[in-house]
Design a protein around this ligand. Structure first.
Ligand SMILES: NC(=O)c1ccc[n+]([C@@H]2O[C@H](COP(=O)([O-])OP(=O)(O)OC[C@H]3O[C@@H](n4cnc5c(N)ncnc54)[C@H](OP(=O)(O)O)[C@@H]3O)[C@@H](O)[C@H]2O)c1
Length: 241
């Protein structure tokens, strides 16, 4: 594989939504740093394709089907990670859905449930299920992929914005709960990023962030020296798309 700086040899990372988009870039970056990466998501095809690319580049990984909005599915993932690898050092909560772009008074209740169950409840489920293993491993990093929509108003995206504002509050609070136990919790808030995510025609895709820009921020966080941690990164494209 490419001779990227090695920094995570012997470590195990879980990346939710690791099959495509930003999660695939994060998985590839962590594997290039030497971690064994467990990619998870609901759809086997993209998970297996990304896992194949990582192995072809000389990395170590495992693809595991998991729906973060369902607690039994997340608990099964935690059992799989423990029985297969015996430890967990890095958890990247990347899985997310956007819902539909309409004013909130027209927003369908079932889509509200899907967005909140994935973007917010899903992070609670992974923390609930995987932090005990991380504690038994001696500590680690949790990196939550939020959004600039978790910092700003998002007209016609109030549910998504609420899920990400909630994720930021969850992240700051859990960081304080766990820092004394050697688990460092960070949140990354990217702006518009070029992925399979549906984008409005008003945005110039050539000016958007790339998934690898977010992966770079994750790599920076998880290779930080042990005496400090980066709480939050606001990641903006240089030119406004
Ligand atoms: N793209 C942007 O402009 C942008 C900007 C800021 C922040 N973000 C955030 O970045 C993260 C990744 O977004 P992306 O742009 O890479 O989107 P994407 O290409 O649509 O990828 C979303 C990923 O999440 C997974 N996922 C969705 N629901 C899931 C569930 N219930 N359980 C497990 N996995 C699930 C998907 O896999 P399956 O469908 O196979 O499950 C997929 O791998 C999201 O949290 C998003 O909010 C994106």
């Amino acid at each position: 594989m490419a001779t990227a700086a090695q920094g995570l040899e012997g470590q195990v990372a879980v990346v939710t939504g690791g099959g495509r988009g930003i999660g695939a870039a994060i998985s590839q970056r962590l594997a290039a740093l030497g971690a064994t990466v467990v990619l998870c998501g609901r759809t086997p095809g993209p998970l297996e394709a990304t896992a194949r690319a990582i192995r072809q580049a000389g990395g170590r990984c495992d693809a595991a089907e998991c729906d973060v909005s369902r607690l039994p599915s997340v608990e099964a993932l935690a059992q799989h990670v423990e029985s297969s690898f015996g430890r967990l050092d890095v958890l990247v909560n990347n899985a997310g859905v956007a819902g539909v772009r309409v004013p909130l008074h027209q927003f369908p209740p079932e889509v509200w449930d899907e967005v909140m169950s994935t973007n917010l409840r899903g992070v609670y489920y992974t923390i609930r299920s995987l932090v005990p293993l991380m504690l038994r491993s001696g500590g680690g990093h949790i990196v939550n992929i939020s959004s600039l929509a978790g910092k700003n108003a998002l007209p016609n995206g109030a549910c998504y914005a609420a899920s990400k504002w909630g994720l930021n509050g969850l992240s700051y609070s859990v960081a304080e709960e766990l820092r004394g136990q050697n688990i460092r919790v960070s949140v990354i808030c990217p702006g518009s990023t070029l992925s399979e995510w549906g984008h409005t025609a008003s945005k110039d895709s050539k000016k958007m962030l790339l998934p690898d820009d977010v992966a770079h921020a994750v790599a920076m966080i998880v290779t930080q020296a042990p005496q400090s941690f980066v709480s939050e990164i606001l990641l903006r494209p240089t030119q406004k798309p």
